[in-house]
Design a protein around this ligand. Structure first.
Ligand SMILES: Nc1ncnc2c1ncn2[C@@H]1O[C@H](COP(=O)(O)OP(=O)(O)OP(=O)(O)O)[C@@H](O)[C@H]1O
Length: 235
């Protein structure tokens, strides 16, 4: 099975004003296969968000190689990185980052509009399909501020799917939600994964949810721990 992402020896250092740089990721090797649904766990400060930002092409590694859908990203310039990020990767964060003055529908249209530069009927239809998919057709024309936290996160998921990415990266997507909404958002991501084959890499502190993923990867002190944490839902 092809890899949607492959990391080889990824290191990341930050310059925090000390005489030497501080390394927070120390040679990460990791592959995610097409269609996998993987949880990324680990203590606070272990490097999970840093790793997710690198995989999502929001930040560059200090050294090492990142392949996205088999393409080596090391030598890509900023414009190519931006295009690849927009087309191959969807993002869901703990906070939904919807544009509050826009409706649910307009928020889902936005990534397609940014990619193509002008509106068209196809993107309007696709946004409607995606809102239907996440069960929010009724809320299509509601402003993003006028729907519940769980619904906002479902709009954010629909928006993440707008460009039909092969991979969705989610950084504590259920962290702000009550347990019922968290469960619904998690199950929605699971259904998208099963029905559309979209791969997911999900940072979570919630072991119950992580155990419903295909696999749990643990980061400790900037390294993959290698510890096998059993899942309930392994296929
Ligand atoms: N921009 C930055 N500049 C300097 N240090 C940073 C920067 N971003 C992260 N770090 C440091 O890198 C380390 C890893 O941070 P990171 O946010 O990746 O951890 P995390 O595992 O996601 O933590 P949490 O679970 O609390 O979100 C921490 O020591 C953090 O202080």
């Amino acid at each position: 099975m092809a890899d949607v992402i492959r990391l080889e020896g990824i290191c990341k250092s930050y310059n925090v004003g000390l005489p030497t740089e501080t390394e927070v990721l120390h040679g990460i090797d990791l592959a995610l296969h097409e269609g996998e649904f993987v949880a990324l766990m680990g203590p606070s400060g272990s490097g999970k968000s840093t790793l997710l930002n690198i995989v999502g092409l929001l930040d560059r590694p200090t050294s090492g190689t990142l392949f996205i859908n088999g393409e080596d990203t090391t030598e890509l310039g900023d414009a190519a990185i931006t295009t690849l990020r927009g087309r191959a990767i969807g993002f869901v964060f703990q906070y939904h980052y919807l544009i509050s003055a826009f409706t649910a529908h307009e928020n889902v249209v936005m990534p397609m509009l940014l990619d193509r530069g002008h509106p068209d009927a196809a993107m309007e239809r696709r946004a409607d399909e995606l809102l239907d998919w996440v069960g929010l057709s009724r809320w299509r024309d509601h402003k993003a501020t006028n729907i519940s936290g769980g619904q906002q996160q479902r709009v954010a998921i629909a928006r993440a799917l707008a460009m039909d990415p092969s991979l969705v990266l989610a950084d504590e997507p259920t962290g702000n939600l009550d347990s019922v909404s968290a469960d619904a958002v998690f199950e929605l991501m699971r259904r998208i994964n099963r029905d559309r084959g979209t791969s997911f890499l999900i940072v979570t502190h919630n072991l119950d949810l992580a155990q419903r993923c295909d696999r749990i990867v643990e980061v400790v002190d900037g390294r993959i721990s290698g510890r096998v944490i059993p899942t309930l839902d392994a296929r």
